[in-house]
Design a protein around this ligand. Sequence first.
Ligand code: SAM
Length: 219
Amino acid sequence: MGQEIDLLSALPKTKRNITAREDAKDPEVVRESKKYGELYFDGPRDYGYGGYRYDGRWVPVAHDIIAHFGLKAGDRVLDVGCAKGFLVKDLLEALPGLEVFGLDISEYALMRCPPEIVGRLHLGSADHLPFPDGSFDCVISLDTVHNLPRPRAIAALREIQRLSGGRAFVRVDSYRTPEQKAIFESWVLTAEFHDYPAGWVELFDEAGYTGDYYWTIIE
Ligand SMILES: C[S@@+](CC[C@H](N)C(=O)[O-])C[C@H]1O[C@@H](n2cnc3c(N)ncnc32)[C@H](O)[C@@H]1O
């Protein structure tokens, strides 16, 4: 079984105004966010990122991922739910010779990737990864699997396992206390499935997922 480990500890924490989001979260906003288009990435904050531009925030995370998995030049890495591909770019630059690719459901995001990674990103869904068994040395998926309803989240984890053999890392929405759960529910826009860590670990078992994992918790 994989280990619970925070590979994103080097990422700056996002400051959120929880009350503001609760007021703004109407069904129309949720519907628009789930299209993963311009509003979600580059529209007002109520719809998602509030503008997602390259700022180098993933550089230290890229180094931590490379160190954790002992990746070397020539290894193949896939980022499932890569959005605009910023981590793909930073992994490539952190270890020259690493073969890094991404996949996302958002054509809008993929069309806005940095020029260095054009041709490395695929349009698709996490629960149908169009690659042969064992075709990657490492698969990561950050804040993406929870955007699928439970049966499809299981399918996505099976896919990640199939490609990586369990040399993988996923981070998903979770909470450790009822208070954190209430805060999460006042914020959630796109997540279709979320649970306490124990519920996620059960789901990982059901999927046969043996990679590493951690939680996105709003505090
Ligand atoms: C919160 S963002 C995370 C993006 C990036 N991994 C990061 O951490 O910045 C969620 C991403 O999941 C993508 N997404 C949503 N549903 C998906 C699916 N079924 N398959 C692949 N990607 C999906 C969205 O387009 C978006 O890029």
